[in-house]
Design a protein around this ligand. Structure first.
Ligand code: NAD
Length: 438
């Protein structure tokens, strides 16, 4: 089967590469010439573990190629996937569907034979029907169907998630489209990964409901963590005890500095807007959005305490800026709340991140980028662990403490413990939802 993939971002590129690895012929299209140039050279524009090797393998096998030319990509394709961005629309929290609708029009102008137009981007309920109308209006004689196929991959583990999904969700409105979608996913179906086939609206809703639920779970434990600090409980023990209950599950119960990333912030906002528009307020989701903002600000207060009430003239080292490890994605990362507060308060901020510098440089003006954790700690008054990259999990804490002006550690990912910090010679240690010392 030939597939065209529109958009070579985190989702489009990973999906395109994995579909080609299933044996399909895949042509990935992007309107960004710099991205296509890189991909044609064999370089990957994003950081995603394992992606480069899998891409190289399938390009060499002749199943995967890249182009700026949609017509070329769609020539002979039975399915075209829309995997473009759906960011928060400025001002109102709605998902911005302009990229999706522009892609739909381009498809309509280009297509000649029957094909299935599949929306992989996260889109509000009703969007697939809107895509259908847009295509029909632009090309009334075209024989086509639409399908909704939301994506659940996690950046940093995207290939594993795509190849071994908990489930694949396919929303269709007739059997003809369902058959094409089943052919595309047959390799997963044959290996017993569940495929959930629904109507278009339910598929669209599953994605928002799932993301809002996960954001709620994280925010719930973050709020419990704040209470743990006050009442002398340890959130790590609390999470463990809660998570062993099969009805709750142990995933997404790690307290931290608030959720960020390219999905949860924008998808929770979009769901809240969908609820308002339909007169069914999503009160839990609205509370989650608000509490998450408070949690990020609580991190700034923690650091202010560690700095003795003022950032002015202090040197702060920051380990990690990306919203989670194993990605270079900085979208809505908690570091974008915390670091500007440090800089704005007059601190000298030294930052290190294994992959975040490229994105982070433009987003974090006024910081000094250094190569590693030890350079970030040099002469610092406080060291902050923002992102739990592997290289920050086994630091030589004694060496770090010796390098600092005042050895104080703010461990916003609960990697270390009071015991670790005391043994290493720190004079203060704070984390999330656990007792510290100063
Ligand atoms: P992205 O911003 O990384 O990539 C989007 C790409 O689409 C860009 O390269 C852009 O140049 C290209 N593009 C836009 N309009 C185009 C057009 N008309 N023709 C060709 N190319 C075009 O976005 P992403 O993170 O891959 O997310 C894509 C969608 O998938 C979003 O709706 C997102 O919510 C959803 N999603 C993302 C993730 C994730 O972890 N990033 C996970 C699940 C779902």
């Amino acid at each position: 089967m030939k597939i065209a993939m529109i958009g070579t971002g985190y989702v489009g590129l990973v999906s395109g590469v994995c579909f080609s690895d299933f044996g399909h012929e895949v042509v990935c299209v992007d309107k960004d010439p710099a991205k296509i140039e890189m991909l044609e050279r064999g370089d990957v524009p994003i950081y995603e573990p394992g992606l480069h090797a899998l891409m190289e393998k399938n390009v060499e096998a002749g199943r995967l190629s890249f182009t700026l030319d949609l017509e070329k990509a769609m020539d002979g394709a039975q399915a075209v996937f829309i995997a473009v961005g759906t960011p928060t629309r400025r001002g109102d929290g709605h998902a911005d569907l302009s990229y999706v609708m522009a892609a739909a029009e381009e498809i309509a102008r280009t297509a000649t034979d029957y094909l299935v137009i599949v929306t992989k981007s996260t889109v509000p309920v009703g969007t697939n029907r809107q895509v259908k109308q847009v295509v029909r209006k632009a090309n009334p004689s075209l024989d086509f169907d639409v399908a909704s196929n939301p994506e659940f991959l996690r950046e940093g583990a995207a290939i594993e998630d795509f190849m071994k999904p908990d489930r694949v969700v396919i929303g269709v409105h007739n059997d003809r489209a369902g058959e094409v979608m089943n052919d595309i996913y047959r390799p997963l179906y044959l290996r017993d990964f569940p495929i959930v086939t629904t109507d278009l609206e339910s598929a669209e809703m599953i994605k928002y409901a799932a993301n809002a639920f996960l954001a709620t779970k994280i925010t719930f434990i973050n709020e419990i963590a704040a209470l743990c600090e006050r009442v002398g409980a340890d959130v790590k023990q609390v999470s463990k005890g809660m998570g062993m209950d099969g009805r709750i599950g142990n995933k997404f119960l790690h307290a931290g500095p608030g959720y960020g990333g390219s999905c949860f912030p924008k998808d929770t906002k979009a769901l809240a807007r969908i609820g308002q528009d339909n007169a069914v307020p999503m009160q839990i989701t609205e509370a989650v959005i608000q509490v998450n903002e408070e949690i990020k600000r609580r991190m700034v207060d923690k650091l202010l305490d560690m700095c003795g009430g003022s950032f002015n003239g202090k040197t702060v080292g920051v380990l990690g800026v990306t919203f989670k490890p194993n990605t270079d994605d900085m979208r809505d990362a908690p570091s974008l709340t915390v670091i500007p507060a440090l800089v704005g308060g007059g601190a000298k901020v030294k930052v290190t991140d294994p992959q975040g510098r490229h994105e982070g440089e433009a987003l974090l003006p006024g910081v000094i980028w250094v190569e590693d954790a030890y350079k970030a700690a040099q002469n610092a008054d406080v060291l902050v662990i923002m992102t739990e990259w592997n290289e920050f999990r086994a630091l030589d804490l004694k060496k770090i403490a010796r390098k600092m002006a005042t050895p104080r550690l703010a461990d916003l990912r609960n990697i270390y413990s009071v015991r670790d910090a005391k043994r290493a010679g720190f004079e203060a240690y704070d984390s999330i939802g656990r007792a510290g010392f100063s």
